[in-house]
Design a protein. Structure first.
Length: 684
């Protein structure tokens, strides 16, 4: 009888468990009030409305197992190796500091044909959109990384964001086509006379030397008039002046902006950016193409460079290219019978358009070969603004000594070299071989690629050395110092790239394959970034270096450091990470999702380094920036949870990172190991 009663009780329990859970009705959910779950409920009866049952939420996806993730990682590794046949390499010492990349049991079939490399450069993003890229590494890895990320997301209710987010999300999100908005009646933010002149001086001292797209003597009368009242100048000049104000703010520090304008940089950029947009729309810039319009768009897009999506920068710079193309800027003014002044200004503007578009293409994973090929516009002359005037018909003669054009002409030589490389070399294959990946197992083919690249690089070296010997003066001013810094940095990068993988001093010690070489290239790129930043900041051009900082490079570096916690290259990498945090205080702003993710990556990588050093009997002193990242992360999490911050716990063996690190899995580093940044920011 007891057994029968027990069975009956169990059966009743099963029946209860099988009964569907009664949900609150739709009206109560909408009004956010407690529902008695009757039909109809008392709230709906009182309100005299129809009581409608709510729809249950869809079942959650099955939690991904570690085996699922391992299988995907193995398949990812197999695909990579399929494009990179195994090459002979020295025996890895047992005491190596390198963490093996190949998971146990991974099997693969080498690629049978190099045609697979060119089979498809189309990638599909999470939102369903399709994107083309010239980088074979991005194509091979993209779908597998997305699959890994989806598995991780299903294992955690937290939203990790799309795979592109860490690479592509800017610090502040702005519309892709920022200047394509409609005009509005919002009043423009016009600076006072003193503020306007200060902004103009900042532009002349910090921005104009590196861009040289405006003729200062011609524009200055409009600046004076606009300082009294913006309504005193034509609408197209209003747009240009507001873009100049925006660039002046870009060149300031946060404290400088507050002292001069009484507001933060972000606030003033929104004000002057909005005023630029409205002036452009009032002028109907999409139909009224003028030199002033192009100058405005170049400066305005430059002011947005670190604040909009990198692919949006490339798309919008393409609009400017087509606009200039329709105005004939791809043809030299002498061929069109134009006057000397207009011809020279068109050359300067076209030069800056090409530089910006080539740079944006590189950052988008595309080659600069997509630029219009049929153009014969000559390079700008080596002259000062005072050497030409709008009313003169006399031919303009290039100077032999130092001039204001030093930096722009050095940059033009470098980007002309980049465009020429993209036009005459198979970019994906070239990148792979330079990193040490043999696609054909034919050393002669690899040697030929190296030889072609070395030949073109030597041409660039000779051109830069010849130009600087003629036109760069040691005491000729800050712009000449900046030009020398640019030349030196590029030539040092080329020397590193042109060093074959097996001839590097780390070969057989810390470098065993192309992945290790990629890590070194990323680390060196960050070192060059830091060195150039220090030098440019000393002469007032720090703003320009901030625009050259790409967060995906830091993300890639920290992901590599996570997998390579110790070693001489790792030590150098961590020194670069520390310097970068000193240069870019925005990395400590946890209110921005990108910085939040990067902080988690950095702290997790540091934790791995600390453990690895301890296992070898050593110890590490926690750097100040690591403690600050932990404080910022913990404060953000405490505020999110509505809990008071326990500051005493912040100093206990990096424990303040708490849930912020525990919820972050090592697999997320795999998402970043070979992403878009592998496309060679440090290679050219």
């Amino acid at each position: 009888m007891d057994a029968q009663a027990s069975a009956d009780g169990l059966g009743n329990l099963i029946q209860v468990l099988k009964q569907p859970r009664v949900l609150s009705c739709a009206q109560c959910q909408k009004r956010k009030v407690k529902c008695d779950r009757c039909s109809p409920c008392s709230n709906c009866v009182k309100a005299e409305v129809l009581c409608t049952p709510s729809t249950p939420a869809p079942a959650r996806k099955r939690r991904a197992t570690k085996q699922d993730l391992l299988e995907r990682v193995e398949r990812c590794e197999a695909l990579l190796k399929g494009y990179a046949p195994v090459v002979d390499r020295p025996q890895t010492p047992s005491s190596s500091n390198h963490v093996p990349d190949d998971p146990p049991g991974a099997s693969f079939e080498p690629s049978s044909s190099a045609q697979e490399l060119n089979a498809s450069y189309i990638t599909t993003r999470n939102d369903g959109s399709v994107r083309f890229t010239d980088s074979f590494g991005t194509v091979v890895m993209h779908e597998e990384l997305v699959a890994i990320q989806n598995s991780i997301k299903s294992d955690d209710s937290a939203d990790h964001g799309p795979i592109e987010s860490i690479y592509e999300s800017p610090y502040k999100t702005y519309p892709a086509t920022e200047f394509e908005t409609s005009a509005s009646d919002t009043p423009d933010t016009q600076p006072g006379p003193a503020e306007a002149m200060n902004l103009w001086e900042h532009f002349l001292e910090r921005v104009n030397p590196l861009t040289k797209i405006v003729h200062v003597p011609t524009l200055e009368p409009y600046v004076m008039r606009a300082a009294v009242g913006m309504h005193l100048v034509p609408i197209e000049y209003q747009a240009l002046l507001y873009s100049i104000y925006a660039m002046a703010v870009i060149s300031m520090s946060e404290q400088e902006c507050f002292d001069l304008l009484g507001h933060s940089r972000d606030t003033m950029l929104k004000h002057y950016g909005g005023s630029t947009k409205r002036a452009l729309m009032k002028y109907n810039h999409r139909e009224n193409y003028t030199m002033i319009t192009l100058q405005t768009l170049i400066l305005y897009l430059l002011s947005l460079e670190d604040r909009i999506h990198r692919h949006a920068s490339w798309v919008t710079s393409g609009i400017v290219v087509r606009m200039a193309y329709s105005m004939g800027y791809h043809r030299d003014g002498e061929c069109l019978g134009l006057g000397p002044f207009e011809t020279e200004m068109r050359r300067r503007i076209w030069c800056q358009i090409i530089i910006q578009d080539a740079k944006n293409a590189l950052l988008s994973g595309l080659s600069a070969a997509m630029l219009p090929m049929q153009w014969d516009t000559k390079p700008p002359l080596n002259i000062n603004d005072a050497d030409m005037s709008p009313g003169s018909d006399s031919p303009i003669v290039s100077r032999e000594g130092p001039t204001e054009m030093a930096y722009v002409l050095v940059a033009r030589l470098i980007y002309a070299y980049k465009i020429d490389c993209d036009n005459h070399i198979d970019t994906p294959t070239n990148e792979a071989i330079l990193l040490g990946m043999s696609l054909t197992n034919d050393e002669n083919t690899d040697r030929a690629v190296f030889g072609k690249f070395r030949e073109q690089s030597e041409e660039l070296r000779r051109a830069l050395e010849s130009y600087t010997a003629k036109y760069i003066g040691d005491g000729a001013g800050k712009v000449h110092v900046a030009a020398t810094i640019l030349k030196t940095t590029i030539l040092e990068k080329l020397d590193d790239v042109l060093s074959p993988i097996k001839e590097q001093e780390e070969w057989g010690i810390e470098i065993f394959n192309w992945k290790d070489n990629l890590f070194k290239m990323i680390m060196l790129s960050m070192e060059y970034q830091c060195n150039a930043h220090d030098k440019m900041a000393a002469i007032g051009f720090e703003w320009y270096m901030k625009l050259q900082f790409y967060p995906d490079m830091l993300a890639s570096l920290t992901s590599q450091l996570y997998r390579r916690p110790v070693g001489s290259l790792s030590d150098r990498g961590w020194r670069a990470v520390e310097r970068l945090h000193g240069h870019y205080p925005e990395l400590f702003d946890m209110s921005q999702r990108q910085q939040l993710m990067q902080a988690q990556f950095t702290l997790k990588a540091w934790e791995a380094r600390k453990i690895a050093v301890a296992q070898r009997g050593g110890s590490l002193e926690t750097p100040t920036y690591i403690v600050q990242l932990g404080q910022a992360l913990s404060e953000m999490e405490a505020q999110k949870a509505g809990k008071p911050i326990d500051w005493n716990a912040l100093w206990t063996d990096l424990q303040p990172f708490g849930d912020g690190l525990n919820s972050f899995t090592g697999e997320e580093f795999a998402q970043m190991s070979d992403g878009p940044s592998a496309r060679g920011h440090g290679l050219v």
